[in-house]
Structure formats: C-alpha cells, structure tokens
Design a protein. Structure first.
Length: 327
C-alpha cells in the first residue's frame, strides 16, 4: 500500500487555512494510503516557544486531527519528539545536505530577514523535515506551494544517499490539491491567512465562536464588481471566499457561482459564514471532549510505538549502509 506522511506544526492557533490545506485532505487520504500524521513539535522550537504553550498546542493539534475525522485505528497519530529516530536520522542526513542548498531555502530567508540572531536549527530544520519523510519510506507527501522546495530537498538528499551508500530510501512524490491548498487573508488576498497578521479579522481560527466567524466574514474585503465569480487574476478577494465556501461545503465552484449569480456579496458572505460554522461546530465539540483526556494520551502513546517500529527499521538500515556498528 502507498504510504503518506504529513503534519501541522504546533506554533500557533490553527486557522481555517490549516483545515483547507491539511486537515480536510488528511481525512480523505487516510482511506487511500497507509497514513502517518504527526505533530512536528521539534520544528516548532526553531524559534522560541513558551513551554506551557508548546505543550498545550501540541495536544491541540493532535486533538484537531481526531476531531476533524482522522481515525486513530486507521492512521497513525503521534508526536515527533516521542520518536527519537527523527533526530537521529536528521543528523545522518545533515552529512548529505549542502550548505548552499539550505541557504537558498525561501522560508529561512523570510524568517531570518532583519533578525539580529537566528538559531542554527532554523537553518538546518529542512534536513530534519527530510528525515521525517524518509524515516517512514513515504511514497507520497501532501504539500502546499510553500513546502514544494522542502520536498525537493528531501528528494535530493535521498537520491544522494542512495547513490553513495546503496538504495535505502524511497523517493517521495508530492500530492498537490487544487482547491484549498492556500487560503488567503480575509483582509488581503495576496497574503496567506496567518496567525501573525495583527488584524484579527484577517483570519478565522478553528475554535472561533459563531459570532466571531460571522463578524470576520462580514468584514472580508471584496471588490466593487458585485459578482460572485471565480477569477483569481481579476477578482482575487472574491475568489478566495468562493474557495473557502467550496472547501467547507464540499460543493464545486461552478455550483456556488450559479447559486449566487446576481445576488451581490451581502447574502453570499452571510451564507458563507454559516457554511463554515456548520462544519466547525461538531469539530469544536469533539475537540473539547478529547483534548485533555486520557484517551488522547493513549492514542499518542500507541501512535509513537507504531511509528517507532517503522522508523527504527529505516534508521538501522541507514546506519548499516553508512558503516556504523550495529547490534
């Protein structure tokens, strides 16, 4: 069976961009792949995280996986830091990655710009990301536009290792979805929806109240055209809202365009808010029930054990290939 690995970093409150770009996709893909969904908490600490917040957000992400519909009996759910093979393989793969490759990583350049000091982990974490994927011999990895470069590095490192030491790693292929992979800000459709935006109305969080959701969509920018039409070049703001509608209603974009033809933006935005609320409310209810429960502890503990069995086999093969003494 084809194998898939992906995860959402616990570095902030998850917004609906994370649902459209990841969670919604995970729920569907778990039926098609041997799936491993992890919480990359080690990646989160490339920049400072308050320990209490990191602890809670790591649980939050894992709980949202389950609340959104990922079945822990079907897919493996675990915390990255609970499977030590990730960091061990990460170090071995650092011997295969080149300084110039890491220096060219777009996210490193963006996050380090204007900073007086930058942790070395921020520079090298794409190699740990490569280890995350290669440990499980993943055949496929869901990626958004901002992660394509990292998967390319993963493939380069894997090919370099295989050529030097013999075939050890599977070459992963990307899964790129057309709709929902990059939900943009409600205040600026040229920028990805982000928790770091100081305008709190730019972003709808997974745990927002119905009142907040309605308010945020009512304030969402549109244009003066008045037509609910999907056209990213000419109508980016409206196209972003239509795409959100499609993600949360599971309806095709032409169906949505037809429904609101000639109605203007007022009705469309009000009903969009209700579509999002209807999808989020059962997720929120299940999240609250499970997030601080012993049930979640057991799921994560079991997931780490299952993950470690696969990861350990790959790590041993890599160490043997490189000439390390193993027993």
């Amino acid at each position: 069976m084809k194998r898939l690995l992906s995860g959402i970093k616990p570095s902030g409150d998850l917004n609906i961009g994370g649902y459209g770009g990841a969670l919604r996709q995970y729920v569907k893909l778990q039926h098609e792949y041997d799936s491993y969904f992890f919480v990359p908490d080690l990646h989160a600490v490339t920049v400072y995280q308050d320990p209490k917040e990191l602890y809670q957000r790591s649980r939050d992400i894992a709980a949202l996986y389950i609340a959104s519909g990922i079945d822990p009996d079907k897919a493996t759910i675990f915390l990255q830091s609970q499977v030590p093979e990730h960091t061990q393989l990460g170090w071995l793969l650092e011997t295969q990655a080149h300084f110039g490759e890491l220096k060219r990583m777009t996210q490193f350049k963006e996050k380090s710009a204007g900073q007086d000091t930058v942790s070395s982990a921020l520079f090298t974490y794409p190699v740990l990301m490569a280890a995350d994927v290669l440990l499980y011999q993943a055949t496929h990895v869901p990626v958004g536009d901002d992660q394509k470069q990292h998967l390319e590095l993963t493939r380069d490192v894997a090919e370099r290792f295989n050529n030097r030491y013999g075939r050890t790693f599977t070459m992963p292929e990307p899964i790129i979805q057309d709709i929902g992979s990059r939900i943009m800000g409600l205040d600026d459709p040229s920028k990805k929806m982000s928790k770091s935006n100081p305008n709190r109305n730019s972003c709808v969080h997974m745990m927002d109240t119905p009142e907040d959701i309605r308010k945020k969509f009512s304030k969402a920018v549109t244009d003066s055209d008045g037509q609910v039409r999907y056209d990213w070049e000419q109508k980016a703001a409206v196209s972003n809202l239509i795409e959100i509608y499609s993600v949360f209603s599971e309806e095709e974009i032409p169906v949505i365009e037809k429904r609101y033809e000639g109605q203007g933006y007022g009705t469309f935005k009000k009903e969009l808010a209700e579509v999002v609320i209807d999808k989020l409310q059962p997720i929120q209810e299940k999240f609250r029930r499970i997030v601080n429960s012993s049930e979640l502890d057991l799921i994560l503990s079991d997931g780490a054990k299952r993950a470690s069995e696969i990861a350990g086999t790959t790590l041993l093969a890599a160490k043997k290939a490189m000439g390390f003494v193993t027993f």
